[in-house]
Design a protein around this ligand. Structure first.
Ligand code: WTA
Length: 634
């Protein structure tokens, strides 16, 4: 695409597109989808019900997403940079990979997968640092129709094993180690621990990054570099049905283990690309830097698929924003002449705290657009980003969406939609949000708040949760029949602008990472001597939310601090360091109703430090525990 054809040009056109998308959704999406390369056109644009649920887009259409992300660009922009890789160490040279080179690398990798028996429909787990091979591995799977399941590098062996077993992955792709800031992290060793309980895995492909000594098991483990030598750089793309699975991505909910959100080829491609082009108003030649990890949905949609399908140049950054110092993102922006910078409020708040001296002296004049994602952005952070990084000339888009959505849902279009700090503003054309009250009634009009639902399908909506369709129905489509329930609370102001107020279920958002309270509780409860625990979130200046755990132990503790550390070690081992509680309070009892349900409302208030009005505690089995917990609050 030289000029992206489905790009909205001004606010009037936004309104026009919006109305059209509601009046004739199928016509609207068919127009957009026709700008992609399909091997065979679809027969029916949309078929759906939100009861089972059963949603199919572009029914009967055949395509391969990598032909849209790679092959299609070769004639016109084969020598344009597709990926800029910025290594962890700023003294190491950045790597520029053109579309032609990326195409070759993807084909080579795909041939290695094929050599080890991977065929269409097989699942491949990818556990890699932020290196080009991560994008290459993802695209190689897509090339041959294998389903990728990328697991974020911060997860523990146990978490990896759970995900591998749930999806029955045949192959794992990993690296010897990873550099993250000043740390060197063993990746292969973690995978080895996981694989002890993963019988489905036949082959492990290991990329060498750190030269950390690793154990390589004969017959199972292979060095990627070695394997790539013996395959060609040609690999025809597998013809996929629009509704064939593209990937699984695990995400936390309010109950049980993380579930595998399933996205399919056609709808996801159209939605990730459409949102990328419109929200960021991407102009050919611009350099797009999304700081998320490819292990999360933001990286899938806005580092890999969206940008590449639109022929953009996308940056992959291996390190962290504070290494070697808090000026790293501004340094990268300066050196690579970044145009679009898409990051998370937690990063902004953290960098804000280091002071402006890290921004001074950096040339940020290349920036044209800024974006924020993952959690509500507070006004202070919004203004700091807009003024000090965007120099008050760059539009700033606060983009609301979820793993289950495939792409951005509610957001300004950069430079087109009037902005309002801390508001995600207006739905994209094709997205029909509604607010509902506890009884499921739609709340009409403006100046209202309620639970956020979406009442009509969009192409990027999840199709199922892997291996358990009933769970998908239960989680998203049963609370408010006929609607997709997001789990978020939301306010619609007098002008009809949306502001997401945070989760209304038991899901925490810690530094933009989704973590279920039940998951953390289960991990804590596995610790020796723990009887019961209750986990809630509390406002945290940098992380957005911190994790507060109330824990009952079998016996009084001799050394509470040491036990705290031990419990943190258990949580790290079971889930990963991102789920470690910030505060642990040992308690003798938890506030429970007579039916045995923990009253989290009270625990949340205490964790927030707001004990003045705890509401009605008369229904508690033992109201006395509340005073004790209050007295010991951290
Ligand atoms: C939250 C990340 C406020 C929200 C793309 C949602 C946000 C959850 C925003 C999804 C935003 C994401 N403003 N809250 N701009 N963006 N959220 O699946 O609670 O990791 O439900 O997807 O993050 O997190 P997930």
């Amino acid at each position: 695409m030289s000029n992206i054809p489905f790009q909205i040009q001004n606010f009037e056109q936004y309104q026009q597109y919006y109305s059209q998308s509601v009046e004739d959704p199928e016509g609207f999406w068919a127009d957009i989808a026709s700008n992609f390369y399909w091997r065979k056109p679809w027969k029916k644009t949309l078929q759906w019900n939100f009861t089972e649920p059963d949603v199919k887009w572009f029914v009967g259409g055949k395509l391969n997403i990598t032909e849209n992300a790679l092959d299609r660009h070769l004639a016109e922009r084969g020598d344009q940079t597709a990926i800029i890789w910025e290594p962890n160490d700023p003294n190491d040279d950045a790597v520029h990979i053109t579309y032609r080179q990326l195409h070759q690398r993807v084909c080579r990798f795909a041939n290695v997968l094929k050599k080890y028996g991977v065929v269409k429909g097989d699942r491949v787990c990818i556990y890699l640092p932020m290196v080009p091979e991560l994008a290459v591995a993802v695209l190689a799977c897509a090339r041959i129709g294998a389903v990728h399941s990328v697991v974020f590098g911060g997860f523990s062996a146990q978490s990896i094993a759970d995900r591998i077993n749930d999806a029955q992955c045949k192959v794992v792709v990993t690296s010897d180690g990873a550099y993250r800031g000043a740390k060197e992290i063993p990746m292969k060793a973690v995978v080895d621990d996981a694989l002890v309980i993963c019988p489905s895995v036949e082959t492990v492909l290991v990329m060498s990054r750190t030269r950390t000594p690793v154990s390589m098991i004969k017959g199972r483990d292979r060095w990627l570099e070695q394997e790539e030598k013996y395959v060609t750089a040609e690999c025809p793309a597998e013809e996929m049905d629009a509704e064939d699975m593209l990937f699984i991505l695990y995400t936390s909910g309010s109950t049980g283990k993380p579930k595998g959100v399933v996205h399919t080829v056609g709808g996801y491609m159209v939605y990730a690309s459409y949102t990328f082009a419109n929200v960021f108003q991407y102009q050919p030649g611009e350099i797009h830097f999304c700081t998320a990890d490819i292990g999360w949905i933001t990286g899938h949609s806005y580092i890999v698929y969206g940008p590449l399908c639109c022929g953009a140049t996308s940056v992959i950054f291996e390190g962290v924003p504070t290494y070697p110092d808090a000026g790293r993102l501004w340094d990268i922006t300066d050196r690579h002449r970044i145009n679009i910078l898409y990051t998370a409020p937690t990063a902004i708040r953290s960098l804000m705290g280091f002071g402006l001296q890290y921004v001074e002296g950096k040339d940020l004049s290349s920036l044209t657009k800024l974006g924020s994602v993952g959690e509500p952005i507070n006004e202070e952070a919004w203004h700091w980003f807009k003024t000090n990084i965007g120099k008050d000339k760059c539009p700033l888009v606060d983009t609301w969406w979820q793993t289950e959505n495939g792409g951005i849902m509610i957001s300004p279009l950069a430079g087109i939609t009037p902005e309002k700090p801390s508001y995600a503003t207006l739905p994209l054309p094709g997205v029909q949000p509604v607010l509902v009250d506890e009884n499921g009634n739609e709340i009409e009009g403006n100046g209202v708040s309620g639970n956020l639902c979406i009442k009509f399908p969009w192409p990027g909506i999840l199709r199922t949760t892997y291996g358990d369709h009933e769970r998908c129905r239960q989680t998203y489509f049963s609370t408010y029949p006929g609607k997709y329930f997001t789990g978020d609370g939301c306010l619609r102001d007098e002008e009809g602008y949306y502001r997401i107020t945070g989760r209304v279920d038991d899901v925490l958002n810690v530094s933009g990472h989704r973590i279920g309270t039940a998951e953390v509780e289960n991990a804590i409860n596995m610790h020796l001597g723990v009887v019961e625990s209750a986990v809630v979130g509390y406002p945290h200046d940098i992380k957005g939310q911190g994790i507060y755990a109330y824990i009952i132990t079998e016996e009084p503790l001799n050394d509470a601090d040491l036990t705290r550390k031990d419990i943190l070690a258990t949580v790290s081992r079971i889930i990963g360091p991102i789920a470690k509680p910030d505060k642990i309070q040992f308690v003798a009892g938890l506030p429970k109703t007579r039916s045995g349900k923990i009253m989290r409302r009270i625990l949340r208030k205490i964790a927030e430090g707001d004990t003045s009005n705890l509401g009605d505690t008369s229904t508690l089995l033992d109201p006395g525990v509340v005073d004790e917990i209050k007295a010991g609050a951290l």
